[in-house]
Design a protein around this ligand. Structure first.
Ligand code: ZN
Length: 171
């Protein structure tokens, strides 16, 4: 019972940070912990393409909604070492943590795993010559990038993401 009460209390504390003022007063560590805690709750976000166009920059729209790929080495986060949580640029769901980011040399931000397995979904992306695994935001369905099997141990995965599909928080 006591554990249950404690979990409810910590959840409420976390939720209170979604309030703008509380968020600005929270320390970076608290914010990071809160964002990393954000597991997808199953509530999908469904907006029309027109609503997405109003909400996103043209670059974000091309990537998240039209599956474009930004240029290698010419994007915001490929060599960023700052600590924090990378959230979806479309719906702010937590996606990756800086602790799981590694320098893959491929020119895009690369991670060994998502912050929570539930927060991303996978789709087969069949091209003319290759079949890749597309990584999509579980909440808004936005295209994030692709995952490959040549990452570091222990996961062996390389989540190769578009910088413009994400925002680094608590930086
Ligand atoms: Zn999203």
């Amino acid at each position: 019972m006591q554990i249950l009460l404690l979990s409810i209390l910590s959840l409420l504390t976390c939720l209170s940070y979604t309030d703008e003022t509380a968020l600005s007063n929270a320390t970076n560590a608290q914010k990071e912990e809160c964002m990393a805690d954000m597991k997808f709750d199953g509530q999908k976000m469904n907006l029309s393409e027109r609503q997405w166009a109003e909400r996103l920059t043209p670059e974000q729209f091309k990537i998240l909604r039209e599956k474009a790929t930004e240029r290698a080495f010419k994007n915001q986060y490929f060599e960023t070492k700052e600590k924090g949580v990378y959230v979806c640029a479309g719906c702010a769901l937590a996606l990756f943590q800086s602790d799981d980011k590694f320098d893959s040399g491929c020119g895009w931000p690369s991670f060994s795993k998502p912050v929570h397995a539930e927060n991303v979904i996978y789709r087969q992306d069949v091209g003319f010559f290759t079949t890749r695994t597309e990584v999509v935001c579980a909440r808004c369905g936005g295209h994030l990038g692709h995952v490959f099997d040549d990452g570091p141990a222990p996961t062996g995965k390389r989540y190769c993401m578009n910088s413009a599909a994400m925002k680094l928080t608590s930086s």
